[in-house]
Ligand binder design. Structure first.
Ligand SMILES: *Cc1c(COP(=O)(O)O)cnc(C)c1O
Length: 391
């Protein structure tokens, strides 16, 4: 079923056996799953995929799970691409599409990553997992974990919205609140980690990114195998951006798309913009952001483990990294709500704000006409944000 062949280090190329659970490479870099493109090509075509059920598991040959019995699914994937023509004409571009992940199980696109990672963990006989989370990854891990019969230990920052705590409680996950950011919660996890806990942290575990790469496959399928010319992605740990770029490479290798790539735009909040700072300074890696502040909690990530991969992709694609203010985020939320009937989560609103900002500064030389904006989750979880943002 899966045509996974091995795991490969993103820095040194070292190979690992996918029959065993692995975290990072011995050199400290994330591992990527690699597949046999010849076998995939003879098993499926891009057209046959589209006839299957519209979940991430229609791409099962390109995902790492061997046996169908191990698939843990809540119906993730298959989210709509929504045309926002009013905003587009207001901004003077051809069209804007929202990839709306708010429809996902557990209310965010973290479901894609967790469905795949938890399924693979189950297949490998993992019984306990742990992860730090700003909220949504914890809820998704808790839901898929309980379905798989895996114990889930979540570490969240203290001031996390109550809803995330309630979700963990409902699913029976073990929750520890610590510190002021996902980084500090993760440090506490590392102090308390037990021998039999498998570390599910973003990109320290090689299969969450496989789940998120399905966004790249889905986009291509929804756009008739012609990729958009720009993608605006609210970036925290960067799993989705890295995953989509990986999907584009895999699809080109399979002959499903050509070598055209969207410009990839990383959008962060001004109160927590380590990748933007590194991008503007021409650096290959970011520095941990001190005192991170933003209501867009999904991107309140002071340091991305895979920052060097994210920055490389942004530069290679000809995109940029952009920071937006809280006011710009809130204005973008109001604009989408009042014109298009779409409620953006603060991260999605940040992505739209990033687009608006770029268009303002590059009015005469807009490098794209057909951008896709990721609305990564449901705003209904953000009660504080909504209270402060409603007109
Ligand atoms: C986790 C999260 C993000 C950031 O995603 P990454 O792929 O880790 O960069 C953005 N928005 C929401 C709603 C999230 O939960």
């Amino acid at each position: 079923m899966s045509h996974l062949t091995h795991l490969e280090c993103t820095s040194c190329g070292q190979k690992y056996d996918p029959k065993q659970p692995h975290n990072l490479c011995a050199c400290g870099s994330p591992l990527f799953a690699r597949y046999d493109p010849k076998k995939i090509s003879s098993a499926i075509s891009r057209e046959t995929l589209l006839k299957r059920d519209n979940t991430i598991w229609r791409y099962r040959e390109l995902l790492p799970v061997d046996s169908g019995e191990n698939i843990v699914t809540l119906g993730e994937g298959g989210t709509p691409l929504i045309l926002a023509s009013k905003i587009a004409s207001r901004l003077g571009i051809k069209y804007i599409l929202f990839k709306d992940e708010s429809f996902s199980p557990t209310g965010s696109f973290k479901a894609r990553g967790m469905s795949v990672a938890v399924s693979k963990a189950k297949e490998l006989g993992v019984t306990k997992i742990c992860l730090p989370s700003a909220g949504n990854a914890g809820s998704a891990a808790a839901a898929y974990g309980v379905k798989a019969g895996i114990e889930v230990n979540v570490f969240m920052p203290q001031e996390v919205e109550e809803i995330y705590q309630q979700e963990c409680q409902a699913y029976g996950a073990r929750l520890t609140l610590f510190g002021n950011s996902i980084l500090e919660a993760g440090q506490e996890m590392n102090r308390r980690i037990k021998k039999d806990w498998f570390d599910f942290s973003t990109l320290k575990e090689p299969y969450r990114v496989e789940g998120k790469k399905t966004m790249g496959y889905e986009l291509a399928g929804q756009l008739n195998w012609i990729l958009p010319d720009a993608i605006f992605y609210p970036t925290g740990g960067g799993t989705g951006l890295i995953g989509m770029w990986k999907a584009f490479e895999e699809m080109e290798q399979l002959g499903w798309i050509d070598s055209f790539r969207p410009k990839m735009y990383v959008v962060q909040a001004e109160g927590c913009a380590p990748l933007v700072k590194a991008f503007l300074e021409g650096k290959q890696m970011s520095e941990p952001w001190q005192n991170p502040q933003t209501l867009a909690t999904g991107i309140r990530v002071p340091k991305a483990l895979a920052d060097f991969i994210i920055l490389k992709i942004v530069r290679e694609s000809g995109g940029k990294a952009v920071a937006v203010s809280e006011t710009e985020i809130q204005n973008a939320f109001r604009l989408a709500a009042k014109t298009e009937g779409i409620l953006l989560c603060p991260e999605g609103a940040a992505a739209l704000a990033g687009l608006i900002k770029l268009l303002r500064y590059e009015k005469n030389d807009i490098p794209f006409r057909r951008p896709v904006i990721f609305n990564t989750g449901s705003v209904l979880k953000y009660r504080n944000y909504l209270r402060q943002t409603l007109p």
